[in-house]
Unconditional design. Sequence first.
Lengths: 282, 441
Amino acid sequence: MSSSAALAQGVQNVMSTGEATSFWVLGPLALLGALGMIFAKNAVHSALFLVLTMLCLGIMYMVQQAPFLGFVQIIVYTGAIMMLFLFVLMLVGRDSSDSVVEVLRGQRLAATVLGVGLAALVVTAISRALTDVTPVGLQGQEANGGNGNVENIGRSIFTDWLFPFELTSALLITAAVGAMVLGYVDRHTRGRKTQRELVEARFRGEHDRPSPLPGPGVFATSTSVATPALLPDGSVAPESLSRLIDSVAAEELHEERKAVAGTSHTAEGRALNPSTREGESS
Amino acid sequence: MTRAELLADDPLWLILIKVVIVLLIGPVMTIFLIIWERKAIGRMQQRPGPNRVGPGGYLQSVADAIKLPFKEQIIPAGADRKVYFLAPIITVIPAIMAFSVMPIGPEVSIFGERTVLQLVDLPVGVLVVLACSSLGIYGIVLAGWSSGSPYPLLGGLRSAAQMISYEIAMGLSIVGVVLYAQSLSTGDIVGAQQTGWFFFLLPFSFVIYLISMVGETNRAPFDLPEAESELVGGFHTEYSSMKFALFFLAEYVNMVIVSAFATTLFLGGYMAPWPISLIGDNYFNSGWWPVLWFFGKTFLLLFCFIWVRATLPRFRYDQFMRIGWKVLVPLNLIWIVLIAGLRAIRGEAEVSTGQILTFGGIIVLIIIGLSFVFDRGRPEEDPDQVPVTGSGYPVPPLDLEIPTAPKRKAVRGRNRRRPATVGAGSEGRTDAEKESNDGDL
């Protein structure tokens, strides 16, 4: 135990070789991640660069004798929060580009002002930390006022800083609940109906037809969805042709459709109507 | 000397040996697990399983492991090549790393050097395992995304949601253990189980951990990210050759990790099980014996994985998420409040177990009484109510009397027609008779 106490004393202003090496490896990596996050074109790549930066920070905390903070950084930030970011980005789709239309008015100005303010805040905090605060070693059982690093964190969170801690968690819960409420409100205001409401509206005549559109003519003569369905009188059901496939296959199907409808000179229509062929052969 | 101090004294060669062993445990166990799983499931399904390569077919997975890297690598045209390449690596590395904090044995002597069978004993060892599993998800999610086709993307999305939710349940069930052991270091947690293993001190945490560890490793019945019947192969649909092998490796190494972690947290780690621990003043808990107990318990849990896979059908996705969020997490929170309260009461005052049980019983009775007081009763059943389906459409009553069918006239009609076909001769006659017989039947 005396050795760790000595370590805690000796840590004041000395940086060990291992610490220096890890800093010069991790520092550029973290910076690279931060720059990559800003300049990457793909949103998912951006998120991955941010993950790299967060991982580097987590490992730096560990090197600085704060393993608890380091692993919590990895679990919470890289593990949970960035994963949620990725989740959303993946749902948005890989090829979607940013919209250049400004939805919020004056957001660039506000962002500049707030960004400068944040930068000033960070610089002040860092300069204070560099000049006024004397560093204390975190390693060992008696470090930083006894009981070791993890116990000290727990003690200060649940005794001295209990109220801010609870306040933060309340803030997070409020945000989560708010997001859910907004999500549910959105569904009603935009008029997305439930299945039941949709059925009732259909039968009230608010839509073109109460039933779904007829399927394609995928029967014994064809397995293609581009084949038109036939009405009982042998004519083509126009609604059975997909709008998507129309643009591709409508021209190719033109002859067949005419044939089936009986408006062309060929006798190909029988190919789609097996009963006529049977009648002829017997 | 404590475990951490013993480990800090390790010379470099010993650390290197341990690193190599920790690195190899995962792949070697994977090769064994695959053939073991196939054999065990074969036996449960009354078929031999693989029986061609080697004695009894037990070299099959070695052959597969040699074959896989030599297969052709296919990278889909729509893939994001860099991320596609990185994803399997990101999956494997954390999985193998997590084994470094598992305490495999107590103090032993290796070539005259006293040490403990563990690579590192961090004061936050438990968090290392959690961090590694949360990083491993990235590989799966990115694999799904970078493949550039819908099935893998769906698999990746599912696994992201699934692993985050089950990691919460898993982390909460570990909280109970940490409360009892009063330490986050894996070595100390095993040490704290000298007086009693945590699986019967914290049965609830243990059960929830077991469920969530299956969810966390994407294994049946929770293998939704790679559900064959729904998503082809899930996140690894587009992967082949060595990259696919790495996903396979990661899945099995993760199984080993969570099983070893469960052993460490709940099953007394490397300590000898009860009847054996009585022999010769706990002789079997010293030297190299504990390695046997550690891996024995781990394999027991791994067998449960295989057994569950052979027995249970796959969950539906929404049901699975509902279990995670609406059952496991709330129950776990209640349980944590309960044990934290118990520990606080015990720590504050001299309270006997009898007093705790008495007061606990009184509180439970009060809660039951309150639930009776505030019970609004069942809504009264309307006897004339027409039973409806979920969508509100009327369905026929269960005691519906089906009117009897009218006498069949079709058969008689066919008989009447028979004389007309008789003229074709004796053969035609027998045919017609057959037909009429068919009709009578």
